[in-house]
Design a protein around this ligand. Sequence first.
Ligand code: FAD
Length: 261
Amino acid sequence: MKILVCVKQVPDTTEVKIDKEKGTLIREGVPSILNPDDANALEEALKIKDKYKDVTVTVVSMGPPQADYMLRECLAMGADDAFLLSDRAFGGSDTWSTSNAIVAGINKIGQFDIIFAGRQAIDGDTAQVGPQIAEKLHMPQVTYVQNLEIKGNELEVQRQLEDGYEIIKVDMPVLLTAVKELNEPRYMSVDKIFDAYKKEIVVLGFNDIDIDTNHVGLKASPTKVFKSFTPQPKGKGVMLEGTSKKKVEQLVVALKQKHII
Ligand SMILES: Cc1cc2nc3c(=O)[nH]c(=O)nc-3n(C[C@H](O)[C@H](O)[C@H](O)COP(=O)(O)OP(=O)(O)OC[C@H]3O[C@@H](n4cnc5c(N)ncnc54)[C@H](O)[C@@H]3O)c2cc1C
């Protein structure tokens, strides 16, 4: 079985600081990490590899050259090989262009029984890339996967809903997007860290994949970021005074005014 995991390098947003004067995000010195949902996607692929014979796990990312580090982390967790789609021509891609490039990359790399993606990247936060890849590869997809069982060529998948889950049976090849409830990602192992630095990460540029300039990059993107800004911080909280009864009355009035209740 051949499994592909789409992985994105993202800024560790728990550590992002805001420049108060310019109102912009301070990216300098902010560490980059493997997108958390993608770590769950990779873990699930590795669990399948642990359980069954003849499973290969490939990781692919589109990003700048420094994504090499994150891909080596994936190899050190247990992935077999890694591909990086990297070219200036890919810069400024929105989700449509990003998925076009990833699909062109996948077509170059090979065919897969399962393609995993994370549900969402913590920087772009759109949750669109996985489903777009499935559409463009004419593949069925199940998003928000919180549990997975393989039964022959069929997968039995639990798809997370707001108030429960649904069970979906789907044949391979299929694209699945992982949520954090799916598993607990493993740590890198020391011997695999050494191996990861010996392996080649195959870099594919614009001329290495079958794509034209109308399908990738800033100009080709149907959406453009017009403005970005830091949201205003919430105002100071209000302390309610008086007896418990009085406080509850004031609280109910305030919640009604805000149409919360
Ligand atoms: C209107 C718009 C304009 C943009 N303009 C720019 C820009 O000018 N410059 C810029 O750098 N970015 C830009 N972006 C961000 C860029 O589109 C996103 O980083 C990228 O498309 C992925 O979307 P996302 O982060 O929302 O991922 P999601 O859709 O939330 O990611 C879901 C999953 O898809 C997979 N995935 C997503 N991205 C990648 C990737 N690169 N490689 C491998 N797997 C991936 C991962 O498995 C991930 O968990 C723009 C986004 C939008 C919406």
